[in-house]
Design a protein around this ligand. Structure first.
Ligand SMILES: Cc1cc2nc3c(=O)[nH]c(=O)nc-3n(C[C@H](O)[C@H](O)[C@H](O)COP(=O)(O)OP(=O)(O)OC[C@H]3O[C@@H](n4cnc5c(N)ncnc54)[C@H](O)[C@@H]3O)c2cc1C
Length: 307
């Protein structure tokens, strides 16, 4: 039987903590399951976590890469060929339960959606020559940035944490927030305002990026006029968005997230979702793993197994 004729008990889209958790439980229940993951390795956002993870009950991990290695080990051990990496889901027909990928078509009796979050991109038209001077993450290159003037765009926790981190690495930091009030935790906003290496401008919109050939400054505007900010790098910390564009128009959504009930069921029969992309939800590893597990239970029940 060819791949496109085979009908799996469950096709899982996304190999992060939610997808792998669901797959392991389906496998333990002897269900015919496959995980489709577009990256070369499973683990989702885990390898992007530069700091220790100490809010996940499975153990203490010095960083996200360590947690990913453990997840990958158990996934490969039990799922083997049922874990398809470099497999990019290109279109999804949730009514027919058909999924089109660069590695062929997949059909399932049920589907579990677990495509996670991605960083929100800066909507400023960055000139080509400065493309390399706009970063979305600083943790990995922090040592290369030491002492350099940096502009940070954003007003949430991530922007403020990054400002404090780089200011502590001798960088003169300027934080540019679009709104007048920071969304970030008040305690860290306080520390930011008190830090001698950090300058803050609120209510600002970036107008130009200047320099040549490398970035030297940006010009922003607020109600008082133009402000020139010396910087060699811009770090955009604008938050995260759910990867739901492929299927959101086929389901009931809430603020771009997939609406689910307490069994992780979506508005379509036999379609379940979990992890960061669902509402109600919480973008944490434990929540992703738990909702993957809950979805597996619902899938078993749907397919006629006892809970
Ligand atoms: C910097 C940072 C720090 C964090 N710190 C913590 C922390 O300390 N503690 C904590 O609990 N949580 C933390 N988190 C959050 C945690 O990583 C996420 O909540 C968790 O990874 C969500 O799991 P998920 O499976 O829902 O999604 P993801 O981990 O995002 O996995 C989704 C997977 O789906 C794949 N995918 C997406 N679209 C497609 C497609 N079209 N085709 C095929 N595959 C696709 C992606 O490649 C990805 O592998 C942090 C996150 C970040 C970014």
């Amino acid at each position: 039987m060819s791949q496109s004729e085979h009908i799996y008990d469950c096709v899982i889209v996304g190999g992060g903590p939610a997808g792998v958790s669901c797959a392991l439980e389906c496998h333990e229940s002897a269900l015919d399951v496959v995980v489709l993951e577009r990256e070369e390795r499973v683990g989702g956002q885990l390898p992007l976590i530069p700091s220790p993870i100490f809010n996940y009950v499975a153990g203490y991990f010095e960083n996200g890469e360590m947690a990913r290695n453990e997840l990958e080990k158990v996934a490969k051990l039990f799922l083997g060929e049922r874990l398809l990496t470099n497999c990019n889901v290109q279109s999804v027909d949730l009514t027919k339960k058909q999924i089109l990928t660069n590695r062929g078509n997949f059909r399932g009796r049920t589907i579990f959606l677990a495509t996670g979050y991605r960083l929100k991109q800066w909507d400023f038209p960055v000139p080509e020559r400065f493309a390399g001077d706009v970063l979305y993450r600083s943790g990995i290159v922090r040592d290369q940035l030491r002492g350099k003037p940096i502009a940070i765009i954003g007003g949430g926790d991530s922007a403020v944490f990054t400002a404090l981190d780089l200011a502590g690495h001798d960088c003169p930091v300027t934080v540019l927030a679009r709104s007048e009030k920071f969304k970030a935790r008040p305690d860290i906003v306080d520390s930011m305002y008190r830090h001698e290496n950090i300058t803050v401008h609120t209510g600002t919109i970036v107008k130009h990026m200047d320099g040549g050939p490398k970035l030297e400054r940006i010009v922003t505007e607020n109600s008082k006029g133009d402000i020139e900010v010396t910087c060699e790098k811009v770090i955009a910390k604008l938050g995260y968005v759910p990867n739901t564009e492929l299927f959101a128009d086929q389901l009931v959504t809430l603020q771009g997230h997939i609406k689910v009930n307490e069994n992780q069921a979506t508005s379509l029969e036999a379609v379940f979702a979990g992890g960061d992309i669902v509402m109600p939800g919480y973008d944490r590893v434990a929540f992703a793993a738990g909702t993957g597990m809950m979805a597996a239970r619902s899938i078993r029940c749907y397919l006629g197994q006892t809970p």
